[in-house]
Design a protein around this ligand. Structure first.
Ligand code: 13P
Length: 212
């Protein structure tokens, strides 16, 4: 099978998995992968991730033109911005999963990293999580904000909306997304209790040993 055919099937498989795990609902969320020629495959606008069809997935050039498939996600432009800033990224996941969106709706006193380093896996898979201000879904200005954050972060949070997470493969991006959702869940379970996040030294050690 061609690279494109295999990645179309991969997007269908992963969309279903995310929907069944209840990380995606309704027609919310979008996924993309970058092909070797620089074009991306991205989920069509208003499609349910639970019932994607391989042949209808949108193929979009690096300049943003539709090459094949249904009309693309209205947020394809921020997927392209992530790929432009992160040459190693080959997949982007954006979902509206409950606990992450709940975190995105809180008042945050600092916006450079909005979740504490509660566990080593959060540090390894997600890293620092900056908060970007609210934009209407589909607002082109969002792409520039995403571009700025993507330079130094594999994951970011859109205020009152949800996370964007990138990875070298779709599986890697999904694993990081799931880790973020679990940390968000822990954050609410722990609530007002006095927590003991990892120390700055522990975070540095994890980053040194598991640098990617
Ligand atoms: P699309 O259906 O255009 O991909 O938009 C869904 C979404 O998640 C908006 O944030």
């Amino acid at each position: 099978m061609s690279e494109e055919g295999a990645q179309r099937e991969n997007l269908v498989r992963c969309g279903k998995l995310l929907y069944e795990r209840r990380l995606a609902h309704g027609s919310a969320g979008n996924l993309s992968v970058r092909l070797a020629d620089g074009a991306i495959l991205v989920t069509p606008t208003n499609s349910s991730l639970g019932s994607l069809e391989a042949s209808r997935i949108s193929k979009v050039s690096s300049a943003g033109d539709l090459l094949a498939g249904d009309p693309p996600s209205k947020e394809a432009f921020f997927h392209l911005a992530v790929y432009e800033e992160r040459p190693a990224a080959r997949a982007v996941v954006h979902l509206h999963s409950t606990y992450s969106v709940a975190v995105s709706c809180l008042c945050h006193t600092r916006t450079d990293d909005i979740l504490p380093p509660l566990t080593a896996y959060h540090v390894m898979r997600v890293g620092k999580l900056p908060l970007l201000k609210y934009f209407r879904p589909g607002d082109r200005a969002l792409a520039e904000a995403v571009r700025g954050a993507a330079r130094d972060h594999r994951a970011m949070m859109l205020a009152n909306h949800g996370p964007i997470v990138s990875g070298r493969t779709l599986d890697e991006a999904i694993h990081a997304y799931e880790e973020l959702e679990e940390t968000a869940k822990l954050f609410f379970i722990l609530g007002e209790r006095k927590t003991a996040p990892l120390s700055a030294e522990a975070v540095m050690e994890i980053n040194a040993v598991f640098a990617s």
